[in-house]
Structures are given as structure tokens and as C-alpha cells.
Design a protein. Structure first.
Length: 70
């Protein structure tokens, strides 16, 4: 089992506990946990990209003119 899957499993369990241990909603808890974990992971990735993006910035200038065919 991957670390990501284990983290999602633990969060789904927490959601199940928070909802009063309702049975029959395992899929809903799993999807909610998956959404939370993946969103947090993407947000962390965005922060890392922005922090180290000194070399990744693209040069923005005037739009290029199209060349005409001769």
C-alpha cells in the first residue's frame, strides 16, 4: 500500500468517526478524504513551485507579429 493511500485511509477513518460512525457511507468518506489530501498536496506543490520559481519564470513581452508568406 502506498503512503498516499494510507494517509487517505486514515483521513477517511477520521471522517467516519466525526460523522458518528455511520455505516454505509464508506465510499463518501473515502472520496472526501481523497479530495482533501490531494487538494492539500497540490497546494503544497504550488507553494514549492512559487518559492523556487526564479529560473522558471517566462519572459513576457510584446506579442510576436506573424510573418506574412512571400
Amino acid at each position: 500500500m502506498s503512503d498516499l493511500e494510507q494517509i487517505i485511509r486514515e483521513r477517511a477513518y477520521q471522517l467516519w468517526i466525526e460523522s458518528g460512525c455511520e455505516h454505509g457511507k464508506a465510499e463518501m468518506h473515502w472520496i472526501d478524504a481523497q479530495r482533501e489530501i490531494l487538494a492539500a498536496s497540490l497546494a503544497d506543490l504550488g507553494r514549492v513551485s512559487k518559492a523556487g520559481s526564479g529560473k522558471l519564470k517566462t519572459k513576457v513581452g510584446a506579442p510576436r507579429k506573424k510573418r506574412r508568406a512571400a
